[in-house]
Ligand binder design. Structure first.
Ligand code: GLU
Length: 480
C-alpha cells in the first residue's frame, strides 16, 4: 500500500487561528494513524502579504500542541525545501512542460487593457472571463509577463471528497488563470498542485472554501498529468450557537493566547479534535495515543462543529486534574500575582501542600489569579487577622461559647501528627463527633484562615504547619 502523506500548508500571513490548527491536527492524526508522514509546508509565494515572524509562530504553535512534522521549514525532505519561496525552479520546470504542450502562454496584455476587458464585462453584466480574450498565437515566455494556463476542457467536473462524498462544480470557475506571476513566484493554484505531487501527498485536507475552486485545480491536474489526491474537506468551525462561522468576536484568536491563559496543550488537542469529528461514542476525553488510534476520516462531520469555550474550560479542568501535584503547583505559581508570592510565609513547600485543594476545582489560570486577588489563598502564606465575631457558629451562640472547644482542639493538635491532613483529622475527629462537627470545625477553620470559605480545617492546618496552626488557634483564644 502507498504510504499516506498529509500536509498542512499555511501561508505565513499572521497568527494561527483555530481553524488552521484543527486542519493541522487532523492531518497529523491521520498520518500518525496510518503510519505515514505529516509535512509542514510554508506557502510563502505572496511576499506582499507575508507577516514577519509568522513561520516561527506557526512552528511554535504546532510544537506546543505536540504536532510534529516529518518535513518542514527546518527539515527539508527528499523533494527539497518545504518553503515555497525556495522552490521557484521546480514550479518553472512544471510550467515549462505546460508551455511545451501549448497549454500555457505569457499574458500579452497590459494592466490597462485587462482593466478595459473587465469594465466591458461589467457593463454587459456578465462575469469577466480571461479565456474569452485568449490571444490567437502565444508569445515566448521570458518571465517578464505572467504565465497563464490555457484551460482546454471547459466542462463540469465531478469528484469525490472523503467527507462530503460526490461533489461537482462547473465551468464558471474555469479560466486561463495565472500560474506564474511576473515576479517569478507561482500562484497558490499552481504551486500547491506541483508541491503535493512532488511531496507525494496522498490526502489534501483543507477548508470548504476550496471546494468552489476545485474544478480549476482539476483542470490543472489533468493538464500536468498528475493523478488526483484524496480530497478531505474540513467542516467549518461555527460560533458556540452553531449558527454562524466563528469570527474574531466569538473568540477566534491566536492559538498561543490560549497557552498564556493556562490551557494545557493536551486539553486543547482533545478539544480541537472534537470540533467536527466524533468517534461515535459518548467518550470525550482522549489522550493523544487514543486519539490517533480512534481517528478516522469517516467520522469527520460534514456539517459545522461549534467552538464552545465552556467546553474548552471543562476539558481543561479534566486535564488539570490529571497533573501531578508538583506540576499543578508550578501551574498555580505561574498564575499567582506577586502580592501572593511575596507574602511572608510563601514557600514552594506550602504551595505544594495547598495545591491539591485548588486542583479539585479550577478550570484555568485566570480563575486562580482571580481567586488569589480576592484573597482566597492569602491565609496559607500570611497569618490572617481573624475577626472574633466570625468564630460564632450558630446565631444563638456567642464566640465565647466556642472557647472550650477551641481550647480542647489546641490540646489535641499539640500532640497530633501533622504529616498529612488525615493524620490531623484523626487527632480531633472523635472530639468533633462528641461536641458536634459544625460546633468544632467551623470555629477551628475560622481561627486558621479568618475566612468564611476555605478548605476544611485539617487541610488548612496541614498547609500552614503545626507551629503556625497552634499559634493561630492560641491567638484567637486570646482575642475572644
Ligand atoms: N496556503 C493555503 C491556505 O493557507 C493552503 C490551502 C491548502 O491547504 O491547500 O489557505
Amino acid at each position: 500500500m502507498k504510504k499516506i502523506v498529509t500536509r498542512f500548508a499555511p501561508s505565513p500571513t499572521g497568527f494561527m487561528h483555530i481553524g488552521g490548527v484543527r486542519t493541522a491536527l487532523y492531518s497529523y492524526l491521520y498520518a500518525q494513524k496510518m503510519g505515514g508522514d505529516f509535512i509542514l509546508r510554508i506557502e510563502d509565494t505572496d511576499k506582499s502579504r507575508e507577516v514577519k515572524g509568522s513561520i516561527a509562530h506557526i512552528q511554535e504553535s504546532l510544537t506546543w500542541l505536540g504536532i510534529d512534522w516529518k518535513y518542514g521549514p527546518d527539515k527539508p525532505g527528499p523533494f527539497g525545501s518545504c518553503l515555497q519561496s525556495d522552490r521557484l525552479d521546480i514550479y518553472k520546470k512544471y510550467a515549462q512542460t505546460l508551455v511545451d504542450k501549448g497549454l500555457a502562454y505569457p499574458d500579452p496584455y497590459t494592466n490597462e487593457e485587462l482593466e478595459a476587458f473587465r469594465e466591458q464585462a461589467k457593463a454587459e453584466k456578465r462575469p469577466f472571463l480571461y479565456r474569452e480574450h485568449r490571444p490567437e498565437t502565444f508569445g515566448v515566455w521570458d518571465g517578464t509577463k505572467p504565465l497563464r494556463f490555457k484551460v482546454s476542457e471547459v466542462k463540469r467536473y465531478h469528484w469525490t471528497d472523503a467527507v462530503r462524498g460526490e461533489l461537482e462544480a462547473g465551468e464558471e470557475m474555469l479560466d486561463d488563470i495565472i500560474i506564474i506571476k511576473a515576479d517569478g513566484y507561482p500562484t497558490y493554484n499552481f504551486a500547491h498542485i506541483v508541491d503535493d505531487h512532488e511531496m507525494e501527498v496522498t490526502h489534501v485536507m483543507r477548508g470548504e472554501e476550496f471546494i468552489a475552486s476545485t474544478p480549476k485545480f482539476l483542470s490543472l491536474y489533468d493538464a500536468l498529468e498528475i493523478p488526483y489526491p484524496v480530497f478531505v474537506t474540513m467542516p467549518p468551525i461555527m460560533a458556540a450557537d452553531g449558527k454562524k462561522k466563528l469570527g474574531k468576536r466569538d473568540g477566534a484568536k491566536d492559538l498561543l493566547e490560549y497557552r498564556t491563559e493556562g490551557y494545557l496543550p493536551e486539553a486543547m488537542v482533545n478539544f480541537l479534535a472534537l470540533i467536527g469529528w466524533n468517534p461515535g461514542t459518548e467518550q470525550e476525553v482522549f489522550g493523544e495515543t487514543e486519539l490517533i488510534e480512534t481517528f478516522t476520516l469517516e467520522k469527520i462531520q460534514r456539517s459545522g462543529g461549534a467552538f464552545n469555550e465552556e467546553k474548552l474550560l471543562w476539558m481543561n479542568k479534566e486535564y488539570l486534574q490529571k497533573l501531578s501535584t508538583e506540576d499543578f503547583a508550578k501551574y498555580v505559581k505561574d498564575a499567582l500575582p506577586e502580592t501572593i508570592t511575596s507574602l511572608p510565609l510563601f514557600t514552594e513547600q506550602t504551595l505544594l501542600k495547598l495545591a491539591p485543594s485548588i486542583q479539585e476545582r479550577v478550570h484555568s489560570k485566570a480563575e486562580i489569579t482571580q481567586a488569589a486577588e480576592e484573597g482566597e489563598y492569602s491565609w496559607a502564606f500570611s497569618t490572617p487577622k481573624v475577626d472574633p465575631a466570625l468564630v460564632q457558629w450558630k446565631k444563638d451562640e456567642s464566640p465565647k461559647d466556642a472557647l472550650p472547644r477551641l481550647q480542647k482542639a489546641l490540646e489535641l493538635l499539640t500532640d497530633a501528627d501533622f504529616s498529612t491532613a488525615d493524620t490531623i483529622k484523626s487527632a480531633v475527629w472523635d472530639y468533633a463527633e462528641e461536641v458536634g462537627r459544625g460546633e468544632l470545625l467551623w470555629p477551628l477553620r475560622v481561627s486558621l484562615t479568618g475566612r468564611e470559605r476555605s478548605p476544611d480545617p485539617f487541610t488548612c492546618a496541614f498547609v500552614v504547619g503545626k507551629e503556625e496552626a497552634l499559634l493561630r488557634i492560641q491567638s484567637i483564644l486570646n482575642s475572644i
